[in-house]
Ligand binder design. Sequence first.
Ligand code: SAH
Ligand code: SF4
Ligand code: F3S
Length: 454
Amino acid sequence: MSLPTQSPKKVFIKTWGCQMNVYDSQRMQDVVKPLGYAPAEDMADADLVIFNTCHIREKATDKLFSELGRVRPHQKTKAENGGRMIVAVAGCVAQAEGAEIQRRAPYVDMVFGPQTYHQLPEMIARVSRNTGAVLNTEFPPEPKFDHLPQDRANPGVTAFLSIQEGCDKFCTFCVVPYTRGAEYSRSVAAIIAEAENLVQNGAREIMLLGQNVNAFHGEGIDGQSWRLGRLIYRLAKISRLKRIRYMTSHPRDMDDELIAAHRDIPQLMPFLHLPVQSGSDSILQAMNRKHTADDYRSTIDKLRNAQPNMALSSDFIVGFPGETDEDFKATLDLVREITFAQSFSFKYSCRPGTPAAAMQNQIDEKLKDTRLLELQSILRTQQEKFNHSMIGRTLPVLFENPSGREGMLFGRSPYMQAVRVAGSPRLVGEELPATITDAGGNSLTGSLQLADAA
Ligand code: SAH
Ligand code: SF4
Ligand code: F3S
């Protein structure tokens, strides 16, 4: 059955936050495509504007309202010219602050959370009938994935695939369990079908996504519950799928099968983002992380035994309530011991409604600033050193797109490093050996063998 298409319309989506939001925005595009919406380059030209928001740290809501302030004049101009611009707020701020958004910005037509965007056609129809604004922040009993279009047109060389949603861990600082809801894993059959479609449409690398991706426990093709390791062994059988990655993982859920997959499966890249947050056991406990610093160390040992080339990345929070100088030093010690190829570090940000927001021993902002600078300087040095250690080595690079400059290509090493080389655009989608000639903090420069580059 083909859906009735109408005159060409345009949708503009602005995305903040994690990769899962990027995936959701792509899927929203897929959902509205059969209604006649093509992507708009410019917000002012759009008939439908969607802000897909993130609520993880403060300022997220401020950013949204400043963006809403920018869209309002365009919406008015369109109405004055007899047209209509539907403005929607989606994602985690919508989920957490839906009613507040509608109160402060009554010109917003639709507010919906991360689990209901498959209902966009109905929501658009309701708004178009002028029956009032839509607020849709339920957690529907039937998961959105069962209602999304099968085809993922133009996924690019590296594609995102959400396999797991939500989180039941309830770290005391984090809003995700409230904005994304309870943990849910898709079935292995649905994941394989989407992965095969992505590869048919040109993807050569798939990043499996979940707020807690290694807590995956989807229904397997044998009716048993499968964990992430088993799923990866199966996905590795898809021919032409050259690379598999997954994020974000929780240290508690790194089981032996997943670690063994790093030993056995060449397509599984030797790079893992495994957030530790802190190196202090008392802070980890106050965060409700359910692991100690030594548990983390021993998981890293196992990973490095299974895959000696393993490079690591992590998230850190400094200035969590009650963090003493000794606690902070324990984090620095852990960083120096493990060494990270890449990292993300944040000042603790108080999120209303989370248990840590009510803790009495909040840390002074200036102290958070000092600690963040100290931590980041060590992490930056580690990253630069890691990048420099690549000079002279030949690495397989998967080329994603032509780089900004004429005749240059952009790709990634197995360790997620950005690599630029001179080469023909027809090499996009190929994985080729590149010899690294130069390294900076954030990227590498390389050269292809002459026979490959032409
Ligand atoms: N599920 C992942 C992380 C999701 S959020 C995990 O368990 O690690 C991404 C990162 O944002 C977190 O790893 C954490 O470092 C940071 N973060 C989350 N809440 C925060 C807060 N209230 N303040 C500062 N950083 C926070
Ligand atoms: Fe947030 Fe913790 Fe869940 Fe990660 S594991 S999403 S930090 S509650
Ligand atoms: Fe942000 Fe929601 Fe992702 S809060 S980090 S967009 S899960």
